[in-house]
Structure formats: C-alpha cells, structure tokens
Design a protein around this ligand. Structure first.
Ligand code: HEC
Length: 473
C-alpha cells in the first residue's frame, strides 16, 4: 500500500513538473510578445530568471523519471517482469542516449567545422572574426562570427548545453541498465578479478571523477599550451585507465568504462568550463565591461579537446557489439590503438577543414587502425586437427553452454536464453557454427566470462569440428 502511494506521488510530481514547465514557457512567450509590441519595457532580468528556472525544471523532470524507473525496478525485482522491464529500459534509454549524443556530437562537429572553415579575409567587417556561406536543406545560410561580442547581446541567444548533459545522464543510466543492475553477469569477470558488485560499481563511477580531476588539473598546467606534449601525456594517462579497467572489469565492461570516462570529461568540460565561460562573456558584454580573453580561449580549447574525444568514444560505444574488439588477449591494446587512430582521423579532418593539407596524418592514422585489424586476426595456421566427431563436441556444448543457452537455462542469472540462442538440438548447434567459431575460438568471449570453465582443449575440439564441416553424423 505504502509502495503504491509513493509510486502515485512520484507520478504526480512528474505531471506537475511537466505542467509547470509548460506554464513557464507560456509566460515567457507572452512576455516576449509584449516586449516585441513595445508594450512593456525591457525585462531581461525576469526573462533570465525564468530561463534558469526552466532549466532546473527540466532537470527535475529527468531526475523524477530516473527515480520512477528505479522504483519500478525495485517493485518488479525477482518477478518475470524484471527481465521485461530491463529489456524496455534498455531500448528506451539507449534510444535517448543515441539521440542526445547525435545532437551533441553533431553540434560539436558543426561548430568546429564553422571555426575551421570561416572566411577570415575576404570582405570581413572590422568587428568580425569571419563569415561563412552555406547551403543546406534547400536554403542559403549566412553566418558571422564576432571577434569578441556584438555591441548588444541579442535577446534570443541559442545555447548548446542540454545535449551534453542529457547525453551524459542517459549514458550513466544505460551503464546501470546494462552493466550495474546485472553486475555479476556483465560487469565482473571472476577470471579477471573476483570483486564484489558494489565495489566494482563504486570503482567504475569513482574512476570517472578521478579522470576528470586529473584531466582538469593537467589543463591548468603550462603543458596545455604545448599541443603535442599535452596530447602525449594525456594519451599515457588514458592508457593507464584503459589498462586499469581491463584489470578490474570484464573486457566488455572495461571498454564501456573507458568510453564513459572520456564522455564524462567531455560533459564536465561543458558543465564546468565552456558554459560558465560563455555565461561570463555574455554578462560582461551586457554590462559593457571588458572581456577576459582567457575565458573564451580556455573554453575553445576544452571544446577542441572534446572534439578529439568524439571518435574514440563513438568507437567504444559501437565496439560492444563486436567481440573481436574486446575479445582479444590484450583488450586494452586494441582499445588504445583504435582511440589513437580515430583521434588521428579527427585531427586530419580538422586540418583539412582549415585548408591545411597534411600528407602524413591520414595515412598514419589508417595504418594505426589497420594494426588493430591485424592483431585481432585469428591464427592463419592453427594446429593440425584429428578427425573430430559430433559425439565429442555435443557433450562439451551441453556442459559449457546449455546452462545459459537452452530453452530452460539453469544458470543463476540467465533465466531466459541470452539473445534467444539455444543449443537444445544438434541442428541448433550446426545453425550457429560461424558464430560459435567467432565467440568460442577466435575471440574466446563465450562462455560468458568463461563461467562454465571451458578448457583450451575443448575450444580446439570445437574449432576442428567446425573446420571439418560441422557434420552431425
Ligand atoms: C553464463 C551464461 C552463458 C554461457 C555459459 C554461454 N553463454 Fe553465450 N551468451 C551469453 C550472453 C549473456 C550472450 C549475449 C551477450 C553477448 O553477445 O555477449 C551470449 C551470446 C552468445 C552468442 C552470440 C549470439 C548473437 O546473437 O550474436 C553466441 C554465438 C554464444 N553466446 C555462444 C555460446 C557458446 C557456444 C557457449 C558455450 C561454449 C556459450 N555461449 C556459453 C551467455 C552465456
């Protein structure tokens, strides 16, 4: 009864919050209309406060939704609805994360492109840093960038910040849905480190904070002005994190934490540096005070760092669907190679937009990326095989796989077959032979975290049997 009441209360709060944002929006629009008709004097202060309260309301809505979901999870825990809820949460949160992420990274790419491609020389008014013509979606656009700030800050100034915040929040939510709620299955690999779920989660989240503090401290040293040395040291620290993660979590979770760590730095850059600097600039311009140029410079630099993080982060997000990336004997190495290679590609794109044609950056980056393809390749000349019969393979599958992959799993976490994959009949096994080869032999990512203790000899028997045509008789 108490549970239901609390639930209804949360729902009511959500409705109220949404209702209030709506009222605030209507009030703001009315105020704007009155101002436009000059029926009311300039009311910037009030509008600003309204804008801020709108921001707080949005956060309230997101937090309430998270609370509602967490609470629902708590209520259905242990019932058949638990898995169903997780599935849908996964879909919804993932979709949100992708959508916010596209908006954020899209804006990041776009503004770095603007900055790089500005025409700074031909017919540029004195107060301008440059301008740019573009055609998109059937219309022509003309943009101007000010050297410092316009004489009067326009009332309708567009900000880009919620994309970043919501990408981060939905990302952390997804981390919980996929890895933390199911820590013993996905986050922890006992062959890597036998660690209690609570500790692993604390380490994961704590590492994000530590990474941010380290990075932020590094940005405050003189090194930040020396591009290449800063990048080198940053890369070494990132390497430390990549290696550290793979010593604590399952390889897959380690990858995701590396991506989450970079993503956290990016979002924190927006929250602690870029937006405050922009606010200070707007304030100074409004009060007619001289602008502190270091503010804009620092924000621009952080924004550029973020730009370099984008491709490595995107790679990590995609990598979770490709066991050949994390399912390597040295997963951290593959992670670092691809981070370096993709950041290199971003560097090349940035140079190209600026009109600097660099000969080496792109080919070297591609070579670096190719080396990841090479080191993840399976052995070309595996050991010779003796004739292996299905009678030898079937018991292995039954012993090592069907505790999870059967229509009635006996595993303690998997009450339904993961990904719907079952090995109940010989046909079930033959049908999946290519995927079995990939997961059991090439990447050794199955059995999951080698929970059922499959031996190298058994993997070899499975390989020989598949290589010999996966015959049932
Ligand atoms: C502890 C439970 C568990 C055991 C034991 C296990 N798996 Fe899995 N398996 C999973 C989970 C969870 C997934 C889905 C996540 C993933 O793809 O990593 C999965 C996915 C797979 C996939 C990918 C299916 C797809 O749709 O891409 C294959 C193939 C597979 N397992 C084969 C095997 C084989 C072969 C064995 C035995 C040698 C085995 N698994 C043992 C839990 C298990």
């Amino acid at each position: 009864m108490l549970y239901t009441l609390a639930y209804i209360a949360l729902l009511l709060i959500l409705v109220l919050l949404i209702r209030t944002t709506y009222s605030v929006a209507v009030a703001m629009r009315k105020e704007k209309d009155l101002e436009d008709q000059a029926a009311k004097p300039d009311n910037t202060f009030w509008m600003e406060k309204m804008g801020e309260s709108q921001g707080i309301l949005y956060f309230g809505i997101v937090l309430t939704i998270v609370a509602l979901l967490g609470y629902t999870y708590f209520l259905v825990l242990g019932t058949p609805w638990e898995r169903h809820l997780m599935e849908w949460l996964n879909i919804v949160v993932r979709l949100m994360h992708i959508t916010f992420g596209i908006a954020w990274i899209g804006a990041s790419f776009y503004f770095v492109f603007l900055e790089n491609a500005l025409n700074r020389t031909k017919n540029v008014r004195d107060e301008l840093a440059g301008n740019l013509w573009a055609v998109h979606g059937g219309g022509f656009y003309y943009l101007e960038k000010y050297k410092i700030a316009p004489k009067e800050i326009p009332r309708d100034l567009h900000w880009f910040k919620y994309e970043a915040y919501f990408t981060w929040i939905s990302g952390v939510a997804l981390l919980f849905v996929v890895y933390y709620f199911n820590a013993s299955a996905f986050l922890i690999d006992k062959n890597v480190l036998d660690i209690a779920p609570a500790w692993a989660i604390a380490l994961g989240m704590g590492s994000f904070a530590v990474a941010w503090l380290l990075y932020d401290a590094l940005c405050k040293t003189k090194l930040v002005g020396k591009g290449i040395w800063f990048a080198l040291l940053g890369f070494l620290i990132a390497a430390g994190f990549a290696y550290g993660y793979t010593q604590v979590f399952s390889a897959r979770a380690a990858y995701m934490h590396f991506g989450g760590m970079l993503g956290t730095i990016m979002a924190a850059n927006v929250f602690f540096n870029i937006i405050p600097a922009q606010k200070a600039m707007v304030r100074a311009a409004k009060e007619g005070k001289p602008l502190d140029p270091s503010l804009g410079k620092n924000a621009g630099l952080r924004s550029l760092h973020n730009n370099y993080f984008t491709l490595p982060v995107l790679f990590v997000m995609v990598s979770n669907h490709f066991p050949s990336t994390f399912g390597n004997a040295r997963p951290w190495l593959v992670l670092l190679i691809i981070s370096l290679g993709t950041a290199g590609i971003k560097h090349y794109l940035n140079l190209r937009e600026k009109g600097e044609l660099s000969v080496w950056v792109a080919p070297v980056s591609v070579l670096i990326l190719l080396s990841a393809v090479m080191i993840t390749a399976p052995a070309l000349n595996p050991d010779a095989c003796e004739e292996v019969s299905f009678a030898q393979v079937q018991p292995i599958i039954a012993q090592r796989c069907t505790s999870c992959h059967s229509s009635k799993p006996t595993d303690d976490t998997w009450t339904a077959p993961p990904n719907g994959v079952v090995y109940d009949t010989p046909e079930d096994i033959v049908k999946m032979k290519d995927k079995i080869m990939e997961r059991v032999v090439t990447t050794m990512t199955m059995p999951q975290n080698n929970k059922t203790g499959m031996t190298p000899e058994e993997r070899n028997l499975v390989r020989c049997w598949i290589e010999q045509g996966a015959r049932v008789k």
